[in-house]
Write a protein that binds this ligand. Structure first.
Ligand SMILES: [Cu+2]
Length: 375
């Protein structure tokens, strides 16, 4: 509150000074001829614009200096380095253009301010200049766009999935306000979903067909667990409005749309522990967090967030993401009870404990029988 008041006072003071200076110069010009007056004003404006340039550039440098360490740390996924390199190239190109144009604009305003002894040079058109400032941006932008298209094609090349043996698949369904995260369980197959009134209910929000034996070991997780070095395929959807599936550290961002499934493929590069070790070497992350008393890197966790302003509790759409080794992942899958066994059919849970070995086959033969009868 105190700082806000100070900031408001500073702004008011700044404009008052500007107003008084201009008033004073107006008073001083009384009695002078028109040329004198014009010269005085031009002088003042030229100097102010030049000062604005210097303060502005210092401000830019200051923000880079202070906010730079807060940008997202190194990419935690393989394709993320490509995204980062495009971001960096674009930032450098834009920064160079920004600095050159502003230096020229504001320095010229000062250098060529009104002077009664100087005749303005009439310079309406120049073909060479037109050519330069048309072709140079065209070439640079074409380069950026082509790099972007190549990166897009590379990141969304789903044919890669066919040549990959083990793909970790999971489903993230967004709703106001949370995520339903589903893993296919030990059998690696998702249970079928039927989106209709008969299947969707408060305890079956996804409309899973429980007659499909693949559904019986599906896990509804409270966090996302990834395996380092494995290809992951996220199947995304939404139940109400637009949401955004965002894994900032993995450079993954994809909209979740009601009625139109989307997907994203990525490969984590580090486990959470390895990533923390990387952060622990950065000065910003070594700072002590006043809330916990620990260095910032120590309590670091990857996160899933929603990036679509989807309603009043949009901010609460957050989940923890853990990246682990294959063994830890297998143990987690084995140790997580399936939704079917805990919610849909809790009484049968004991009998189907060996579901993974014999259960699937037993179920399969039942399905075959049912199908035979139906025929
Ligand atoms: Cu949302």
């Amino acid at each position: 509150m105190g700082t806000t008041l100070l900031a408001v006072l500073a702004v008011v003071l700044f404009f008052t000074i500007i107003f008084l200076v201009s008033k004073a110069s107006e008073m001083a010009s009384i009695g002078k001829d028109a040329d004198d007056e014009m010269e005085d004003r031009s002088n003042l404006q030229g100097k102010l614009l030049f000062a604005f340039l210097i303060f502005g550039l210092l401000g830019v440098a200051y923000t880079f200096w202070t906010l730079g360490p807060r940008v997202l740390p190194a990419s935690a996924s393989e394709h993320g380095d490509l995204v980062d390199s495009m971001f960096n190239i674009t930032t450098v190109v834009v920064l160079i253009v920004f600095v050159i144009t502003h230096v020229v604009l504001l320095t010229f305003a000062y250098l060529y301010r009104y002077n009664r002894n100087r005749q303005a040079y009439f310079f309406p058109h120049d073909n060479r200049l037109e050519m330069i400032w048309t072709t140079v941006p065209a070439i640079v932008l074409t380069f950026l766009v082509f790099r972007g298209i190549n990166a897009w094609n590379d990141i969304f090349d789903f044919e890669k999935l066919e040549s990959t043996e083990e793909v970790i698949r999971f489903e993230a369904t967004a709703k106001q306000f949370g995520w339903i995260l589903r893993y296919p369980g030990p059998d690696g197959e998702f249970g079928e979903r039927i989106i209709d009134k008969e299947h969707i209910s408060p305890i079956n929000e996804l409309g899973v067909n429980w007659d499909d034996p693949n559904s019986h070991d599906d896990i509804y997780a409270n966090e996302l667990v990834f395996v380092k070095g494995k290809v992951h395929l996220a199947k995304l959807g939404a139940q109400d409005v637009l949401h955004g599936f965002y894994l900032p550290h993995f450079r993954v961002k994809m909209d979740c749309l009601p009625g139109l499934p989307t997907q994203f493929m990525f490969t984590p590069k580090y486990t959470t522990e390895e990533y923390k070790a990387i952060l622990s070497e950065k000065k910003y992350w070594q700072q002590i967090d006043p809330e916990t008393g620990n260095p910032k890197w120590q309590d670091f966790q990857f996160e899933l967030a929603c990036t679509e302003l989807c309603g009043k509790s949009h901010f609460a759409m957050q989940k923890v993401v853990r990246v682990v080794t294959q063994e830890e992942y297998d143990a987690w899958i084995q140790g997580s009870p399936s939704y079917y066994n805990t919610v849909i059919n809790p009484d049968g849970a004991a009998e189907t404990e060996d579901f993974e070995e014999e259960g699937v086959e037993a179920m399969d033969s039942t399905t075959v029988e049912v199908l035979a009868v139906l025929k």
